[in-house]
Design a protein around this ligand. Structure first.
Ligand code: SAM
Ligand code: DTB
Ligand code: SF4
Length: 347
């Protein structure tokens, strides 16, 4: 249930007005809302694994895995359950609390879905939260994933409805909204966001946030990706987005969706530490951790540990008994367990 202070009737002009605020005023407003709803020094940490890589039938213009473009990725069949288990164990040892598995499919076949369900069960048995992103889902498929114990489903709207057609032609905006509805109805937590820096306008960025914030219920998790320009894709040479515009978008996501986990998602490898720090101040409280995203580079784990240390940021933990390299390295102790969610405190 959404609380009374949560709105899902935001107007385009209100969002554009927020973009127009002086930078300090916007960050102050966002940070105040952040503090009222979250611990501002705690960041949720997820690790990604591509369980099926490349040869995707969709034509998403940003994506290294689309079969429509000649990119330099190594294509991979569906990984074995053992490979998944090993990767999840490594992520857990490194301090991730959630393990997210992605597959380059338009949608999963029922046979593939059964295999993904086995992967989910293995990861859950390791005591980690689970997330998958495997394309469009029907409602019965979403229900099967719920029964398997899936915690989050990631399916991004990517951009505004108006700009969408210049990025993807093989499925519609409505297809994406339908999948989100199936996920929501099944009771799985919704993870949905988008990409900035694809050549969209500020109005498009506002349009994306408006779509997310005006869903019947806010997504529990909103990943904001900075485009990673991939050689061979149509967006290879698009102009850079000003990092201040990226930070503003994070701040506005925080204001529109106060309780949501806003993830500073792809593109951190190309971002300096100061930009990331401002994103954390503006309300980002989740990251992808681990040296690869699905196929592209993410910062080295030591670099992220050092950044957390410099900023006094703690990683959220799900299970206190896990070994936590991330927090050990930054001089932390594990606090006693309180129910399911668990925080690792830095001394
Ligand atoms: N195939 C599934 C789908 O599209 O729903 C799941 C995987 S797909 C790679 C997940 C998301 O990654 C995309 O929706 C997009 O937002 C993001 N993404 C893909 N390529 C990216 C890039 N080059 N830069 C930033 N984000 C990217
Ligand atoms: C999301 O919004 N970003 C992640 C995750 N959801 C699946 C993926 C980023 C992919 C970046 C390009 C790559 O690694 O291939
Ligand atoms: Fe396929 Fe997903 Fe990449 Fe689109 S974003 S090409 S659906 S893997």
């Amino acid at each position: 249930m959404q609380s009374e202070t949560m709105r899902n009737d935001w107007k385009k002009h209100e969002v554009l007005d927020l973009y127009q605020l002086p930078f300090n005023d916007l960050l102050y407003l966002a940070h105040r809302i952040f503090r009222e709803n979250h611990d501002p020094n705690k960041v949720q940490v997820s690790t990604l694994l591509s369980v099926k890589t490349g040869s995707c039938s969709e034509d998403c213009a940003y994506c290294p895995q689309s079969g429509h473009y000649d990119t330099e990725i190594e294509k991979e069949r569906l990984l074995s359950l053992d490979e998944v288990k090993q990767n999840a164990e490594t992520a857990r040892e490194a301090g991730a609390s959630r393990f997210c598995m992605g597959a380059a499919w338009r949608n999963p076949s029922d046979k593939n879905l059964d295999q993904v369900i086995k992967m989910i069960e293995i990861v859950k048995d390791l005591g980690m939260e689970t997330c998958v992103t495997i394309g469009m889902l029907t409602e019965p498929q979403a229900q099967k994933l719920k029964i398997a114990g899936l915690d989050y489903y990631n399916h991004n709207l990517d951009t505004s409805p108006e700009f969408y057609g210049s990025v993807i032609t093989t499925r519609t905006y409505q297809d994406r909204l339908d999948t989100l509805e199936h996920v929501r109805n099944s009771g799985i937590n919704v993870c949905s966001g988008g990409i900035l820096g694809m050549g969209e306008s500020r109005e498009d960025r506002a349009g994306l946030l408006l779509q997310l914030a005006n869903l019947p219920q806010h997504p529990e998790s909103v990943p904001i990706n900075m485009l990673i320009k991939i050689k061979g894709t149509p967006l290879e040479n698009v102009d850079d987005l000003d990092p201040f515009e990226f930070i503003r978008t994070i701040a506005i996501a925080r204001i529109l969706m106060p309780k949501t986990y806003v993830r500073l998602s792809a593109g951190r490898e190309e971002m300096n530490e100061q930009t990331q720090a401002l994103c954390f101040f503006a309300g980002a409280n989740s990251i992808f951790y681990g040296e690869t995203l699905l196929t592209a580079k993410n910062p080295a784990t030591e670099k992220d540990r050092a950044l957390f240390n410099k900023l006094g940021i703690e990683a959220d933990k799900v299970n206190s008994t896990l070994s936590t390299e991330l927090n050990r390295d930054i001089g932390s102790t594990v606090a006693p367990e309180h129910g399911h969610e668990q925080t690792v405190v830095i001394n």
